[in-house]
Write a protein that binds this ligand. Structure first.
Ligand code: ARG
Length: 460
């Protein structure tokens, strides 16, 4: 028997190239368990609506469960060059298994509401897995910070040394980005978790299917309110893609920071052999391939996001076959984002900070110049003038080849007479860090608190 779902009105044979072109089974078979679950809920609704007898509903449900079991047990079960898509595959196997009664399952439903339902169910689980991977990455960041709680490093703007910060502060900056990512995923999951089944092909269904009951059985929080929208909406895919894209932006920036910090020029971070490679030509090389691949794969994720947006933008209501293109994009997004999150957590757990190098870097480059201006402000100088005076002292230090705290007091006083002995304390690293004592600042006390809060927030 052919596994085609729509033979009746056709007399001609389909073109072989077109058949291959039209097929989605080779990739959408991933939806098999989700589609089986949704079909079981549909069978229960058909029974309640009086379309299936108890016996028929039982036979169909058992057949569907068996299909799921076989698919899980044997990957070869899902090799089929006939099936058009996962929905036709399941129906064909069901009819083989339980006979003609299997042909009743599709009553009151279309592949349009069916695929939207299975895809939402499938993606909902991936949302949950990715939330856990983001959480684990955040944990790895907290651990990295905790391994180097006292470490200081230069903070940069324009990749120029700017002001000293605690290394833990840098770790927690990324922690915050991933905290927002986790929130975004949860938020988008809520809108994904809506049941389209019962929308039919586009107009709704003429059978009295209990949609609320199907939603409850499948763990959906709501039922869709408009059938045209329900079968043609792929916002949930795009929201997921957007959230994944932002995750990749954050991963890629973290990768970039670490790639720079792992250069000999910086020498701040040592990557573990476990996540680096050598060169086939240069024996001394240790290359940060894991991080570079993460940075590179960000481009790929953005590409899939743009693909989804472009597929959707010109589509008339309701379902159009263009929408089958959503599958490969989403599958690739899910796989890539998960891989990158896992690998980044490994990189972090195996990385080592060279605290001596970062501390030495902080001592050079006039990173306390802002502190000097703030010192002058505390002595009553307007900030604009203080900034100017501190700049002149930086110039004097450059000319002498020394750092600010090594400038003789008379030289400083010649620029700004309000300067006293206590300037030396103001210019120390401890003072520079300690004054950044507002919420969100890098004062050690604040960072210790922030680390504790970060740890606590990992629980929700
Ligand atoms: N494979 C199709 C998809 O992924 C399933 C829905 C097909 N519906 C239809 N009317 N052709 O979109």
């Amino acid at each position: 028997m052919t596994s085609k779902l729509w033979g009746g009105r056709f007399t001609g044979e389909a073109d072989a190239d077109f058949v291959r072109f039209n097929r989605s089974f080779d990739f959408d078979r991933r939806l098999i368990h989700a589609d089986v679950r949704a079909s079981i809920a549909h069978a229960a609704a058909l029974f309640k609506a009086g379309v299936l007898t108890t016996e028929e509903a039982r036979a169909i449900t058992e057949g569907l469960l068996e299909i799921s079991r076989r698919a899980a047990a044997d990957p070869n079960y899902l090799v089929d060059d006939q099936a058009e898509d996962v929905h036709s595959f399941i129906e064909a196997r069901l009819v083989e298994m339980v006979g003609q009664v299997g042909r009743k399952l599709h009553t009151g439903r279309s592949r349009n509401d069916q695929v939207a339902t299975a895809f939402r169910l499938w993606l909902r689980e991936e949302f949950d897995r990715i939330v856990e991977l983001v959480r684990d990455l955040q944990r790895a960041l907290v651990e990295f910070a905790a391994r180097h709680e006292e470490a200081v490093m230069p903070g940069y703007t324009h990749l120029q040394r700017a002001q000293p910060v605690l290394f833990a502060h840098w770790c927690l900056a990324y922690f915050e980005m991933f905290a927002r990512d986790r929130e975004r995923l949860r938020d988008a999951r809520r809108r994904t978790n809506v049941l389209p089944l019962g929308s039919g092909a586009l107009a709704g269904t003429s059978y009295s299917l209990d949609r609320e009951e199907m939603a409850r059985a499948l763990g959906f929080e709501a039922v869709s309110r408009n059938s045209l929208d329900a079968v043609s909406d792929r916002d949930f895919c795009i929201e997921f893609a957007a959230a994944a894209s932002l995750i990749m932006v954050h991963l890629s920036r973290l990768a970039e920071d670490m790639i720079i910090y792992a250069t000999a020029e910086f020498g701040f971070i040592e990557l573990s052999d476990a996540v680096a490679t050598g060169s086939s030509l240069m024996p001394q090389k240790k290359n940060p391939d894991a991080l570079e691949l993460i940075r590179g794969k960000a481009g790929r994720v953005f590409g899939q996001t743009v693909a989804l947006l472009s597929v959707m933008k010109g589509l008339p209501l309701a379902y159009n076959k263009d929408m089958q293109e959503d599958k490969e994009a989403i599958f690739d997004l899910v796989d890539t984002a998960k891989d990158c999150l896992k690998v980044m957590a490994k990189v972090l757990r195996n990385a080592r900070l060279n605290e001596e190098r970062t501390r030495a870097a902080v001592r050079q480059g006039f990173m306390n110049a802002t502190e000097l201006a703030d010192y002058l402000v505390r002595k009553g100088v307007p900030f604009r003038d203080a900034h100017e005076a501190a700049g002149r002292m930086v110039l004097a230090a450059i000319e002498r080849g020394v750092e600010l705290h090594e400038l003789p007091l008379e030289v400083m006083r010649a620029v700004s007479p309000v300067i006293e002995e206590d300037v030396l304390f103001a210019l120390t690293l401890d003072a520079t860090l300690g004054t950044k004592n507002q919420t969100g600042g890098t004062a050690p006390k604040r960072v210790r608190e922030a680390l504790k809060e970060a740890e606590l927030s990992l629980r929700d």
